[in-house]
Design a protein around this ligand. Sequence first.
Ligand code: AMP
Length: 208
Amino acid sequence: MLTIAVSKGRIYEDALPLLEEAGITPIDDPKKSRKLILKTTRDDVELVIIRATDVPTFVEYGAADMGIAGKDVLLEHGSDNLYEPLDLGIAGCRLMTAAPVDAPEISGRVRVATKYVKTAQRYFADRGIQADIIKLYGSMELAPLVGLADYIVDLVDTGNTLKANGLEPRDLIINITSRLVINKAAMKMKHQAIQALLDQFETTLANR
Ligand code: AMP
C-alpha cells in the first residue's frame, strides 16, 4: 500500500488531475466526506487528507510514504529529513511582505506578523533588518490594521485579500509551488511503486 498525504483546498484540487493521470481517483470527495483516509480507484494507493502544515511531518515519520506540500510549508518545516524530488508546478503563488497602502518604509526595527516565523526571520536577517517576528495562525492581514505589526509575510495569489484590507504587496520573498515529498525509508522499501509514480508524474508534467 502506498499512502499519499495531501491537504484539502487548492493543493488537492490542483493535484487531482495529476493523480488521475496515474490512475488514482479518490472514491470519496473530501469536500463532502468527513473521512480522513480516502480509498482510490487503485487498490494499492490511499490518500490521507490532513492540514497543509502537517504533510511534511506525516511523511518524515513514515505515516505517509509520500506527500504533496507547498514550498512555503517545506521551508518552514525544514526538508532535510525528506526527499523532495519533484516540483509539481501546482498551487502557484508568492510569499511576500505586505504593508498598509502608502505606508512609509521603516528605517529602524520592524514588527512583522506571520505564520512563517523561520522564513521571515531568515529573510529579514539576510537583509540586515532588525525584525521582531510575531507568530499568528491566521488573519495576518488584520495585524497592521490594528497596530500589531508594521508588515506581514504571507502568501499572495491575486492580491485581492491584501487589497480588500487596505494592504499592498511589497517585496517578493520567494515564488511558491507544491512539491512531491517522499519518506526516505519508503523510497528504499517501496522503490518500484514510488519510482513508477514519480515517472508518471514527470511524464504528465512534461506534456503540459
Ligand atoms: P489572494 O487574495 O488571491 O492573493 O490569496 C491570498 C490568500 O489566499 C491568503 O490568505 C493566502 O494565505 C491564500 N493563498 C493564496 N495562494 C495560496 C496557495 N497556493 N496555497 C495556500 N494558500 C494560498
